[in-house]
Design a protein around this ligand. Structure first.
Ligand code: GTP
Length: 466
């Protein structure tokens, strides 16, 4: 059976199983659990579904994990990373995302354009390098990709760059010449890691394509792109791992520079089987720094009030976590289809606007928003200073009032209560009925979690997965 079809078949079989009262052994699982589960000889009280689910999960994890340590760059020396993949797989975009990732982790990072084939590749990578805030090398006039790659790598090596990412042109396995050229680039720049980029929606051809690349250059890592695209589960990832015997290191979750997620085998398999992804969610929350703000929250609880400065800090953390719709998709059981299309983007833009406005306020105003009620001249001044209209500043202040009303009530309840006084989701949903982030209604969103769950158990559940 083609490996890429496996994920789909298993998911369907599990769904059938969930809807039936009797387990039918012909339901496809033989391929996965083989002789690992002896259903016939199990006690009648055994939860067979649970056991099968676990075995399927474990076996899929083994298929996605080749048992090879992923490449780790070494500090203080040039780490040359060469990207290869099919045309349109998302190579150029992913190179830039990876550069952004390493730059943010404090590595001296650069991008080299060795795609002299596709008109526009140079401009695309150069613009992305600017967005990512990393150095760029490329040439409009050089038509030899091997020379472009060599010059770029030499240029950055002598300047002590630690991460040098080389983007090459996309190719199909039929294109023998292009494959030869890719090999020449690899022979000349001697990459420490060759990354094979694969579109997550690719079907049956995944195995052959991956093999064609791996037999020409020493692929050491795989990145699966476009896992955010609807109905894309990334079953082809199993084929890519099988063909290259290399670990998947990241996956692409959108078109933006920050849409690159560290790959975790269990999370991925859970996602493949439709279980949601607490691990990713927890990592995002941790990266946002929200957890380091214990002191800030204690002060808020003590005051039972939220200032503009507190709101600014919350926005800052939200911005780091990325668009809201992407975060919500990671919550198991949450139906992301209920969110309006583009809602995540819109909320990011709005949050950015509001933060600019708050940047133009004085410390006194940030700590005491009531000052704006006493003197409307302050609103005009902030509008002028931030480059936004008076209407937008007023909208922002209204948003703060709503925010403060809802959370202020919650904070008052939390003060002095036994388990931190966290209300359950239904209570929160009622309180937040009027609140929006961008065009996402927070009240509706929380109702979607189901009333039984409370935020503190959510946090515990997430931590349990760590
Ligand atoms: N939704 C989504 N789109 C992506 C992702 N990664 C890349 N893309 C989009 O896929 C398209 C192709 O990406 P490129 O980076 O230009 O592809 P490429 O592999 O460099 O293309 P060639 O140079 O022709 O080989 C672009 O529209 C990207 O924005 C992803 O993770 N999610």
């Amino acid at each position: 059976m083609v490996l890429s079809q496996l994920g789909g078949k298993i998911t369907n079989a599990l769904k059938k199983m969930a809807n039936s009262t009797v387990i039918d052994e012909s339901q496809n699982f033989g391929i996965i659990y083989g002789n690992k589960v002896d259903l016939a000889n199990m006690d009648s009280g055994t939860n067979k579904r649970k056991i099968i689910k676990q075995v399927v999960f474990d076996e899929l994890c083994k298929l996605v994990d080749p048992g090879v340590e992923p490449f780790k760059p070494v500090k203080g020396k040039p780490n040359i990373i060469m990207f290869v993949g099919l045309q349109g797989s998302g190579k150029t975009t992913t190179c830039s995302k990876m550069a952004y990732y390493y730059k943010n982790k404090g590595w001296k990072t650069s991008l080299v354009c060795a795609d002299t084939f596709r008109a526009g590749a140079y401009d695309q990578l150069k613009q992305n390098a600017t967005k990512a805030g990393v150095s760029f090398y490329g040439s409009y006039t050089e038509s030899d990709p091997v020379k472009a790659a060599k010059d770029g790598v030499t240029n950055f090596t002598i300047q002590d760059y630690e991460i040098i990412i080389v983007d090459t042109s996309g190719r199909h396995k039929q294109e023998k010449e292009l494959f030869q050229e890719m090999k020449q680039i690899s022979d000349v720049i001697k990459p420490n890691n060759v990354v094979f980029v694969m579109d997550g929606s690719i079907g049956q051809s995944a195995y052959d394509q991956a093999l064609a690349f791996h037999s020409t250059v020493p692929v050491g890592s795989v990145i699966i792109t476009k896992l955010d695209v609807k109905h894309t589960k990334g079953g082809g990832a199993l084929s890519a791992v099988a063909a290259t015997k290399s670990p998947i290191i990241f996956f692409g979750s959108g078109e933006h520079i920050y849409d690159l997620e560290l790959f975790d085998v269990k999370s991925f398999v859970g996602r493949l089987l439709g279980y949601g992804d607490f691990r990713q969610l927890f990592d995002k929350i941790q990266d946002s720094g929200i957890e380091d703000k214990a002191e800030l929250y204690e002060k808020m609880i003590e005051r039972g009030d939220i200032t503009l400065r507190d709101m600014y800090e919350q926005y800052k953390a939200l911005q780091k976590m990325g668009p809201m719709d992407k975060i919500m998709e990671l919550i198991p059981g949450f139906n992301a289809d209920l969110l309006p299309k583009g809602s995540g983007e819109e909320s990011q833009v709005r949050i950015h606007k509001y933060m600019c406005i708050m940047d133009s306020m004085t410390n006194k105003e940030l700590d005491n928003p009531k000052l704006f009620d006493q003197n409307s001249g302050r609103i005009s001044r902030v509008a002028r200073g931030s480059g936004h209209s008076i209407t937008v500043v007023k909208q922002m202040l209204e948003e703060h009032k709503r925010f403060s009303k809802v959370f202020g009530a919650m904070l008052k309840k939390m003060k002095g209560s036994k388990r931190g006084g966290m209300p359950n989701m239904n209570q929160l949903a009622r309180n937040m009925g009027n609140m929006n982030i961008g065009n996402i209604n927070i009240g509706n969103m929380l109702k979607n979690f189901g009333g039984g769950m409370d935020p503190s158990s959510l946090m515990k559940a997430m931590k349990g997965r760590k």
